[in-house]
Design a protein around this ligand. Structure first.
Ligand SMILES: Nc1ncnc2c1ncn2[C@@H]1O[C@H](COP(=O)(O)OP(=O)(O)O)[C@@H](O)[C@H]1O
Ligand SMILES: [Mg+2]
Length: 387
């Protein structure tokens, strides 16, 4: 492990107190340059191979959209769980289907994160859309917390923030003062668009830490910084879709995740972070492949079973085909999706309940909602709330 210096401290005044705010050096790591030893090289090779398998799994699914749909929602949820949300995947999907939740606030926040992910992907895919940039991340942030004016949605912070503790003076970490942010983010943006002979995955790992160290927003830095990883992996051509989501391994090893971020700042240990990050990428990619295969087997098996049932209706089969993209439904959402009458929809839902594909959520007599339960079970692996 090298003891390189990764930035400097600037003394800033915060309410009668002098505090040390950390200003990181620009990427890439210097003096010494990042050293990828044999172990790190093996980890790069393993992570790259795992991503290739994931790309193939993504191509195998007939309509990759439903696959992306579920995974993006899971990532939004788990990334928000790192932040502390108690919402479940079922809550999030139910809210999207228009179901009534007793306490929708946290699920709504996750839905906003989904909008931020979708927005950012659309922008970078659009011919004249924004590239991966400070502006893009700000716009994503605006969509993440649209109703929280006190958190300055879409804006780089104008005040000093801190991590841990009750004020900067007793904080665990004090990010750069606000007047350093424009330059720090521009420099990160330049690094992202410059050439560098480090492997792209390694560069994505460096960019994430740099973003977290800059901590440019009043809140939401973790979520936007994890979104940045997904965007970079796609941007640098490692995957053709946003299939890699690292929040599950980060959440499972949250203490190490945070300690590794500290290690970079305090000891210049970029190498230690990179190895941790690559292991997380491999694990996330392998889990995604396994989940995609299980989901694919489940949905094709269920579709075959439903189609073969003697009392199946055309609408029931059509609904079955829609479930991977809409694993939580309400009679109203199904009416809209199928453009069918109420009795037809009721019949289709009842049929899928009898076939144990759908299960009613809760015991409401009105505004009922239903879940494709075996699907939800697979997708929700490692996404239970609470720590
Ligand atoms: N010691 C640390 N050094 C740098 N970044 C950290 C540290 N501890 C946590 N973080 C990052 O800060 C994030 C939390 O910041 P916050 O702005 O509240 O984001 P969010 O609201 O999305 O969780 C964590 O998810 C992590 O990525
Ligand atoms: Mg937060």
């Amino acid at each position: 492990m090298s003891d390189r210096v990764t930035g400097h401290y600037r003394i800033v005044r915060w309410q009668e107190e002098d505090v040390r705010a950390f200003v990181p050096n620009s990427l890439p790591p210097q003096a010494p340059r990042l050293h990828l030893d044999d172990e790190a090289k093996t980890l790069v090779a393993q992570a790259t191979a795992a991503l290739e398998k994931l790309a193939i799994a993504g191509d195998m699914v007939p309509d990759a959209n439903w696959f992306l749909y579920g995974f993006a929602r899971k990532e939004a949820l788990v990334s928000s769980q790192i932040e502390g949300t108690q919402a479940t995947l079922q809550d999030v999907l139910a809210l999207e289907a228009g179901a009534t939740l007793s306490n929708p606030r946290q699920a709504r926040e996750v839905c906003n994160y989904i909008k931020a992910i979708e927005y950012a992907r659309d922008e970078i895919a659009r011919p004249n859309g924004l590239p991966i940039s400070r502006q893009l991340l700000c716009e994503a942030h605006r969509r993440l917390m649209p109703d929280e004016d006190n958190k300055q949605p879409g804006e780089i912070r104008r005040s000093q923030n801190w991590i841990g503790g009750t004020r900067p003076g007793n904080a665990h970490f004090v990010p750069p003062p606000p007047d350093e942010l424009t330059e720090a983010l521009s420099s990160l943006e330049r690094y992202i668009h410059a050439t560098d002979d480090l492997p792209a995955l390694v560069r994505a790992g460096l960019a994430h830490v740099q973003f977290e160290t800059i901590h440019p927003f009043l809140d939401g830095n973790g979520r936007i910084g994890r979104l940045l990883i997904t965007l970079l992996v796609e941007h640098w051509g490692l995957l053709r879709g946003p299939l890699l989501y690292v929040s599950v391994p980060f959440k499972q090893q949250q203490a190490e995740y945070y300690a590794r971020l500290d290690g970079v700042r305090l000891r210049g240990d970029w190498e230690g972070w990179i190895k941790f990050f690559l292991r997380c990428v491999t694990s996330a990619a392998q889990d995604a492949v396994a989940a995609a295969q299980r989901l694919f087997r489940l949905t094709s098996g269920d579709l075959a079973k439903i189609t073969a049932a003697p009392d199946a209706t055309v609408s029931a089969v059509r609904l079955m085909q829609l479930l991977p993209r809409h694993p939580v439904i309400t009679p109203t959402s199904v009416r809209q999706l199928l453009g069918a009458s109420k009795p037809t929809v009721t019949k289709a839902i009842d049929f899928l309940c009898r076939q144990s594909v759908l299960r009613q959520i809760g015991s409401a007599r009105r505004n009922r909602s239903y879940v494709y339960s075996s699907y939800m079970e697979i997708l929700s692996a490692d996404a239970a709330p609470g720590r």
